[in-house]
Design a binder for this molecule. Structure first.
Ligand code: PEP
Length: 251
């Protein structure tokens, strides 16, 4: 299984910055180590310009979508619109969507199933808040999120179409990285869940880590068991830093 090295720009970058970055990323992707792939999750407004400049070697994704084909949903974007802009991927369940926009597991579950049935690959983000971790609820929270968010996903989903990003909320944008033991524990919980939920495919689904990944810590993180890539927010905003992450640990 190849590592997936993914950038999440969040609500950053206007068209000119996006185009320049995408050109540089496309160059990097020409000479990727054979064990890895790259994806870029850009704001809606930058998707088309990214698609035009990325070339085929970088997967492009939306940061969100609404679970309907079209309709009276002012301000929303459908999976089909993302596909039309050149996307192959979409994020679901990012902690900022959960905490700022009140998305719950029932809604995220609809989004995952609808996006997959529309032909997008889904990177589902899950993770516990600090108070939940402190109460010893890591496994409970991760399993609750996985079971709600994946409830309507067919058992036969292709292993390449669904990946999970473990993103402890207390590590996102805080500079505080989970320790190796924390990442190993959480990823083992997620792997066990996936193997139960998707008996034929769960062992082959990618589990990414996200939360203050930087060029300095990426190599150590991707070397851990059950870590199949990283999802990078802040440190993906500069192409130099993200390039170092993409190539991390490559001898
Ligand atoms: C993210 O937004 O998914 C993320 C992990 O952010 P950061 O790398 O800034 O912690």
């Amino acid at each position: 299984m190849k590592l997936l090295m993914a950038a999440n720009w969040k609500m950053f970058k206007k068209l000119d910055e996006a185009a320049l970055y995408a050109k540089e990323l496309a160059k990097l992707a020409q000479n990727l180590p054979p064990d890895r792939e790259v994806a870029l999750f850009a704001p809606f407004t930058a998707l088309r310009v990214c698609a035009d400049n990325l070339g085929a070697s970088v997967a492009l994704g939306g940061q969100n979508c609404y679970p309907a084909a079209q309709g009276a949903f002012t301000g929303e974007i459908s999976p089909d619109m993302l596909l039309d802009c050149g996307c192959s991927h979409v994020l679901a369940g990012h902690s900022e969507r959960r905490s700022i926009f009140g998305e719950d597991d029932a809604f995220i579950g609809k989004k995952c199933a609808f996006a997959l049935s529309s032909g997008l690959k889904v990177l589902l983000c899950i993770g516990e808040r600090l108070e939940e971790r402190d109460k010893g609820l890591l496994k409970t929270v991760l399993e609750r999120q996985l079971s709600g968010d994946l409830s309507a996903v067919p058992d036969t989903v292709s292993d390449g179409d669904l990946a999970i990003a473990y993103e402890p909320v207390w590590a996102i944008g805080t500079g505080r990285v989970a320790k190796a033991a924390d990442i190993l524990e959480a990823h083992a919980v997620i792997r066990a869940f996936l193997e139960r939920r998707f008996p034929a495919l769960g062992k082959k689904m990618r589990i990414l880590y996200g939360g203050s990944v930087k060029p300095e810590n990426a190599a150590e993180i991707i070397a851990l068991d059950n870590v199949n890539g990283v999802l990078v927010g802040g440190a993906s905003l500069q192409i130099d830093g993200f390039s170092r992450i993409v190539l991390a640990g490559n001898a």
